[in-house]
Design a protein around this ligand. Sequence first.
Ligand SMILES: *Cc1c(COP(=O)(O)O)cnc(C)c1O
Length: 392
Amino acid sequence: SDLVLTASDRDAVNEVLDSNWLTMGERTKRFEKAFAEALDPEDPPHAIAVSSCTAAMHIALLALDVGPGDEVIVPSLTFVATANAALYTGATVILADVESETDLSLSLADVEARMTDKTRLIMPVHYAGRPADVLGLRRLCDDRGIHIVEDAAHSPLADSQADAEGVFHPLGTVGSIGCFSFFSNKNMTTAEGGMAVTHDDDLAARLRVLRSHGMTALTLERHKGHAHGYDCIDLGYNYRTDELRAALGLSQLSRLVDGNTRRVELSARYHDKLAAIDGLVVPFAARDVSARQDMDQGRRLAPHILPVLLPEGCDRQQVQAHMRDDGIQTSVHYRPIHTFELHSQHDRVIATGLDKTDAIAPRLLTLPLYATLGDEAMDLVVAALARAIAAN
Ligand SMILES: *Cc1c(COP(=O)(O)O)cnc(C)c1O
């Protein structure tokens, strides 16, 4: 990833410094409103800006009363924060498998097989910015009374596959609550930061209270004389964001669609070029083609990363070292959660039969993808990868 910070970003942040009000206030409200309207112009959800996506997921689960004794199903192939958010609440994490080598999304069949009468919530991840089948998940969950909290950290301003009526739904708004990340390597950034969105008025109110110490009034409201005292009605946290981040967020949001569009072009170009490398598997290749066709009907896409599976038996460390020598940074998304020391031994993490995840994990490699990546730079990446694999 690479950061794109412009003069407008700097001006926006400096304006906050000049204003002499730094903590959560009017800009944060504007950021929340703008994000909600960008996410769904027809029917903007409530949006609650927080300090990170991890914080958003934590209070999302608390707002839905998830706690000890409850089971939360999470893919093992995700960033550790998805599972941790459930562990914070005292719930038990049930890890689930991916769909296949070429579709690294959460497997619905595997989720269904892992459902018990204790299952309270599913946390699908829109891995790499490619939508998990949240509409299918809704069909599985709705009549069982199971909630969905979407980890949409990779997919701001992207839409689901079409529903039966041909309608695309903004990712993050299909489940009860959707959570976004503005960490610095995401499609838009506020350095650290996140957002929870929901269409449910009561959940939105609860999220706002949980974000700020469980208090009924904010500093700004007291400052403006709108509130003189406050009560504490819930065990909340300090998960607030601030005006500097909100200003940067507003500025970054104005360029997000352009960045996402460039990421779509880059992903398509990667697919074309990488097809020439023998034995390399490029997940989502087929899905991306049909998703791009849906863009004519107004579907929005937001690819986040470009993961590949190295040929079987290929030494990933050697490939990465080779590419590093060529000046190319690579990474791995992700080491599966059930392989971490903490989680493999945790009595509230259940990991059985994750065969597909186990098979793909050692082969995963993430190539550079960011809005300002040039075509020539991509050609260098592809050539270096081909050489690194050939040398292996
Ligand atoms: C980045 C990320 C998170 C955590 O986001 P933070 O804002 O850093 O807390 C959660 N899930 C996934 C899939 C992510 O990529």
